[in-house]
Write a protein that binds this ligand. Structure first.
Ligand code: NI
Length: 253
């Protein structure tokens, strides 16, 4: 029972074996759902294609902060049209990235807030990316109060608690298994289970013991084991609870 709340199977790293992975390998390990994230227009198109092809694959459509700079004038209308697809369950991946800073803060905030409004108008949760932008992020979330998830959460336990007070979920993945990731371990141990969902961010962020290799949804088992160990639960319990949480997050029956 693995629900991967955040993956990028449209990524070119899956070009050689995407069909095999999605049609045979992943369903065989008991995967119950994957939400593929669009990051730009091409990625969103590909997400729609994958969601149309595989029953357990759902999609999110949105513009990633790294792609916020050179958008066509009608970008909002185009995203809105894609959001009407029946297998789309969220607006994502959207947010702020002050690490790569491929566009200005002002531009990133403008594109992020426009998509928060779109999500609110259409009744969708959001999948949020926050890298080195915690201050602006919290301020914006407090103003917009979206439903959704903070993906690949990298902040402190205190910030995680603030996120959950806003009613959002916290997405945990491979980082939880890294030895030096003290914040992530604190969050995985202390945050009430009802707010935690699991994710890969595949093909990135593979957990120990496959760190550095291409990631896929099977590896969530390692993340579940680590969280189980930190909390004194079984890995199966962690998978079951987080799978139920993921369904609540994305409004799936
Ligand atoms: Ni991502």
């Amino acid at each position: 029972m693995i629900f991967d709340t955040h993956a990028h199977y449209d990524d070119e790293q899956f070009d050689s074996d995407r069909a095999e992975l999605l049609s045979d390998i992943l369903p065989m390990v008991g995967l119950c759902g994957v939400v593929n994230m669009g990051s730009d227009f091409a990625g969103c198109e590909k997400t729609l294609e994958l969601a149309g092809k595989y029953s357990y694959v759902y999609g999110a459509a949105g513009i990633h902060p790294e792609c916020a700079e050179a958008l066509p004038e009608d970008w909002r209308t185009r995203i809105e049209a894609m959001l009407k697809h029946e297998k789309i369950v969220a607006v994502g991946e959207i947010g702020l990235d002050y690490h790569w800073m491929t566009s200005t803060k002002e531009r990133q905030i403008e594109v992020f807030e426009a998509q928060l409004e779109l999500a609110a108008d259409m009744g969708y949760p959001v999948a949020v990316h926050d890298r080195e932008a915690h201050g602006d992020m919290l301020e914006i979330l407090k103003r917009h109060r979206p439903k959704g998830v903070m993906h690949a959460f990298s902040g402190s336990l205190e910030m995680a608690r603030e996120i959950t007070r806003l009613g959002m979920f916290v997405g945990l993945g491979g980082v939880v298994t890294f030895k030096n990731a003290r914040h992530a371990a604190d969050v995985a141990r202390e945050l009430p289970m009802e707010f935690i969902v699991l994710e890969t961010d595949a093909p990135y962020l593979s957990p120990v013991p496959v760190r550095g290799k291409r990631n896929d949804s099977r590896n969530i088992a390692y993340v579940a084991e680590r969280i189980a160990e930190l909390r004194g639960l079984s890995a199966d319990e962690v998978l079951k609870i987080t799978c139920d949480n993921a369904r609540r997050l994305y409004n799936l029956a």
